[in-house]
Every structure is written in structure tokens, then in C-alpha cells.
Design a protein around this ligand. Sequence first.
Ligand SMILES: Cc1cc2nc3c(=O)[nH]c(=O)nc-3n(C[C@H](O)[C@H](O)[C@H](O)COP(=O)(O)OP(=O)(O)OC[C@H]3O[C@@H](n4cnc5c(N)ncnc54)[C@H](O)[C@@H]3O)c2cc1C
Length: 373
Amino acid sequence: MMCAISAGRRGRRVVLLDHARKLAPKIKISGGGRCNFTNIHLGSEHFISENPDFCRSALARFTPSDFLSCLRTHSISWHEKKLGQLFCDTSSTAIISMLKQECLEAGVEFRLGHEVSDVRRECLAGSGQFVLETSGGVFCAPSLVVASGGLSVPEIGASPIGYGIAEKFGLRVTRLKPGLVPLTVGSGFPDLSGISVDCIASCNGMSFRESALFTHRGMSGPAILQISSYWNPGDEIELDLLPDHSGFSWLDTTEKLLLSNFLSRFLPRKLAQYCCRTFLADKPLNQYSQKEIATVADKLHAFRIRPSGTEGYRKAEVTVGGVSTHDLSSKTMEARTVPGLFFIGEVVDVTGHLGGYNFQWAWSSGFAAGQHA
Ligand SMILES: Cc1cc2nc3c(=O)[nH]c(=O)nc-3n(C[C@H](O)[C@H](O)[C@H](O)COP(=O)(O)OP(=O)(O)OC[C@H]3O[C@@H](n4cnc5c(N)ncnc54)[C@H](O)[C@@H]3O)c2cc1C
């Protein structure tokens, strides 16, 4: 929709095709119904891509401030929740209505309930045209912008069509995997299910400080969702369960309290008991040797889990990977070898961290393509 607005305002005739019967189903369910539409700490370091610099140009040309000025024009109020994450005060439908109204003003025509099944290029009336086969008939256009998203949440319409179109036209698609997704761990943590802890989660050189949640099947919560995008099968994830304490001086060895009771001052009681039961002895603190105390601290600063897998695309917020950035222009989002063919948003190999970055990428890349399509 952002791309359609940007192209429509330039006087281009735009038809927006979607197999969904209602506009923007993902915006509707996003951010718990309030849409975390951007992040004020926007920067390329919050994106994963084979080419980490690719997103810079588009993000600089349509910024969070630009999106906020659209909200201001439409009198949509918002607030910062945490870590620069901006949410609507009322409901995500306010964003959908705003985009719809802007589309209508820019002359965009909607064709909902139209499933695109195939795209080819033909020479018609002396010029190259994209020919789209859809469930609602055939459409021809000199420019085609693919904004078909990733594979997450198939129940609301996700499909692999965009990757198929890219490959058909000779563009590379990088390895795809679910991102921002809960992780499964062996037989899960039924005794700890529902317990949340502030921690630093680390894997493959990345760390996030946020809360992590133990679940029946494994782990979730913002820290785990963030690190899941960097996790690959077989990798271990390390959790620092005491991010505000370093070393072991905080473990007071003059205390006569049981370790589990002492740890309950710093961690949820059930988690303290679980740690003592599973990998720490539980005796009065003054009976631990200095070496044992160092081991206790080490285990808590580096609580290791080896996930068995993820909850998959059904629960993932995004797809990591996509149409290779090496095959697209970072300025226009146009395929380098196929004039008139553009890819934007999540279908591209640019994946944001949790916190409004994925929508900002969708707005910015859409705006960039709309200026050239
Ligand atoms: C539960 C959930 C919550 C999220 N919350 C946030 C959030 O708060 N903040 C944030 O930044 N990001 C969030 N995201 C991620 C964000 O929604 C996506 O990154 C963003 O929507 C991508 O935009 P897009 O336009 O590229 O693709 P999409 O929004 O996925 O749109 C793709 C469209 O293509 C259509 N389509 C697919 N295949 C076909 C076909 N064959 N024919 C016709 N149409 C087709 C689909 O119906 C869909 O409407 C969330 C994701 C999920 C799943």
C-alpha cells in the first residue's frame, strides 16, 4: 500500500492485487492489535541481510519521522512502549484506514480476493509487459512490484509466490528460515512454564537484553524471539540470568541461607529452585568453597540451552532471508537484470529485529520502489 501510494501520487495507474479479502491482514494482528509501526532507534544494525548495508538508502529516504507525519495528518495518536518502539494508542485498524484513504486519494484501484498464480513477461504492442494470471482474470502492466511478504502465518494468507517469481526471472533467493519465533527445547519447561526473567540472550555473536519466558515446549519472550533470528539448528543459546551482577562477589558467603533461598532474592523462586535442583547443589551459602561459588555464578551468568527446533512459520513473526539483495538496486528495489520488476518488504532478504523495524522496512522499501515503478 505504501508503494501504491508513492507511485499513484506520481500519476502512475496502480492496481493492487491481493488474495486476501480484506486489506493488510498482518497490520491488523500486529503488535497485539496496536501495530508497532516503527522504531525511533532505526539503523541498519537492526536488520539481518547478506548485505547489511543494502537497507540504508531506502531507510534514509522514508524515515520514522516521515511515517509519523502521515499519522499526524490523519490525527492518529501513538506512544512509545519501550526501546523506541512506537504503537498506536487505539488500534492497528487506524493504520490500515490511513493507508487505504491515502491509496484512494492517489487513485489506487484495489482488487482483493485475487490470487496470483503465475507471472510471465511478454512483448505486447511493441513493449515489455508483465502478464499476471490471477483467480480474477489476467492483468498486464509494464511494471510489477512484488510485495507478497514471507512465509509466516499461512492461516492469514502467507504464500511463497514472491520467491517463485524471483527464481522464475533468474534472481537468487537466500536460505529461508522462521525468525522472531519461539524455540522448542527437549521436553520443554513444564515446571517453569509462565515464568519470565530479565536476561541477556546470546548466540552467534549477537546479544539482546530483554525478558525471556519459559514455556511448556521451550522458551519464548522478546529476548528469545530476537535471538531466534540468529539461531541455527545445533547451536547453543546462552542466557545471563543475572545481567545486573557480574562475577560472584554478590554471592555472600557469610550467609547461612540455603542457596535456593538466597537466589530467590534475584530470580523467580521456582527458577532458583530449578537451577539448584538441576545443576547447583543446594546447601547453606557459608558451606560453599570459593571454587564452588565461582561455578554457581558461572552457571547463572551462562545458563545454556540447546533448542531442538523452532515453533515454525505458524508462530514466526517473520521469514529470515529472501530475494537476494545482490540482485536488486538498493535505490529503487528494481531487479538488476529485469527492468520493471521490483521486490519490496519482507520478501526481500532484509529482516528486522523485533520492535517495529519490519514495518519500517516495508514502508521505506515500498516508498523507494513507488518513486520508480
Ligand atoms: C503476528 C505478527 C505480528 C507482527 N507484528 C509486527 C509489529 O508489531 N511490528 C513490525 O514491524 N512487524 C510486525 N510483524 C511483521 C510484519 O507484519 C511484516 O514484516 C510486514 O507485514 C511485511 O510487509 P509486506 O508488505 O512485505 O508483507 P505482508 O504484510 O505479509 O503482505 C503480503 C500480502 O501478500 C498477499 N499474498 C501472498 N501471496 C499472494 C498470492 N499468491 N496472490 C495474491 N496475494 C498474495 C498476502 O495476502 C498479504 O496481504 C508481525 C508479523 C506477525 C506474523
